[in-house]
Design a protein around this ligand. Structure first.
Ligand code: ADP
Ligand code: MG
Length: 317
């Protein structure tokens, strides 16, 4: 069976502009589950991964509000917590769909650690906005008392904490996961790995890893997972139908089929939104450089059609 890594975007797990309630997440995931059920029915061996931006933001806020009673957890621990809740959400909604599509599987979550480098420039230049908005005076206090980096977002009228978003260099559990795959793991199981980009850790040597306060972009983690498992295809599911040139400009054009060289040119020309489409395109190029055959970028519901070449952007070597 052709091996496929599917990366679920934030919108598959929580409604944009919604209340953030669990019920809304269940409804969102139901749509994604239908798409994944059909993809499994097409005979793909699927390995899942997913983002966690809004969920980590909510956990940070809970920690902040409760800090006088419950000592706050560091960010790497919150990423681990998000892997737990989202793995549960995905399993609950996806298993019935897989059974319905004639491909019953237990959806099994594999919380994962990703090694990052302390020399990654992301630690000197935190760039990923997380959590709530603060006023200017709150922001100044947090800079002074906690050493946080905060940035002003004029459009939304507030200050937000920025955390480092380093590149994942190695997947700690890769070898043991490959062993499971070679023992026919996916005959009974649809695995979820590296949720939320994985828990960022530093390699201290002698089998010891230390968690770090950072978050890893799930697009880069998905590309690394795809390379580790030798997947032929990587599908990055998001909330737009495809990759656009001139996004939101009068000359906007959706890319159907694009080769690596052309996409690299567009990337270098600054076509893709920093922190949104840009990491997907970089991850696509990284996966294809590492031996992958094809990357699909499309909206969640279109996955089955994108696999047949009828929707989304298809990137090829
Ligand atoms: P996800 O949770 O799926 O990673 P993101 O918000 O990080 O979602 O990325 C998807 C967003 O990328 C789209 O909603 C769109 O607004 C934005 N985007 C930026 N540049 C482009 C582009 N050139 N083509 C398509 N979408 C783009
Ligand atoms: Mg994103």
């Amino acid at each position: 069976m052709p091996r496929l890594v599917v990366a679920l975007g934030g919108n598959a797990l929580e409604r944009a502009g919604g209340t953030g309630s669990w019920e809304e997440s269940v409804t969102q995931m139901r749509t994604a589950a239908r798409a994944l059920g059909s993809a499994a029915a097409e005979g793909e061996e699927i390995i899942l991964t997913h983002g966690n931006g809004p969920q980590v933001g909510a956990l940070l806020r809970q920690n902040e509000l409760a800090e006088r009673e419950v000592p706050p957890r560091p960010l790497d621990v919150l990423v681990a917590e998000s892997e737990g809740q989202l793995g549960y959400l995905i399993a609950q909604e996806l298993e019935p769909e897989l059974a319905r599509s004639g491909h019953p599987r237990t959806v099994q979550n594999f919380p994962s650690r990703m090694v990052v480098s302390s020399r990654d420039s992301a630690f000197r230049h935190p760039s990923k906005p997380v959590g709530r908005f603060y006023t200017e005076s709150e922001a100044n206090l947090l800079k002074k008392n906690r050493g946080w980096t905060l940035a002003h977002d004029p459009a939304r009228g507030g200050w937000r904490r920025l955390v480092p978003s380093p590149r994942p260099l190695a997947w700690v559990e890769a070898e043991s996961f490959l062993h499971l795959l070679s023992h026919r793991l996916t005959e009974k199981t649809m695995p979820i790995v590296a949720g939320g980009g994985g828990i960022p850790v530093l390699d201290k040597g002698h089998g010891r890893y230390a968690g770090v306060e950072a978050v890893i972009d799930k697009d880069f983690a998905a590309a690394l997972v795809g390379r580790c498992v030798g997947a032929a295809r990587l599908a990055i599911l998001t909330d737009v139908p495809a990759v656009a040139v001139g996004f939101h400009k009068p000359w906007e054009r959706w890319l159907k089929e694009v080769r690596v060289a052309e996409l690299r040119g567009l990337l270098e020309g600054g076509e893709f939104g920093v922190g949104s489409m840009r990491p997907k395109v970089e991850a696509a190029l990284d996966f294809l450089d590492g031996g992958g055959k094809e990357v699909l970028i499309c909206d969640t519901a279109s996955l089955p059609r994108a696999l047949r070449g009828e929707a989304g952007t298809r990137v090829r070597r």
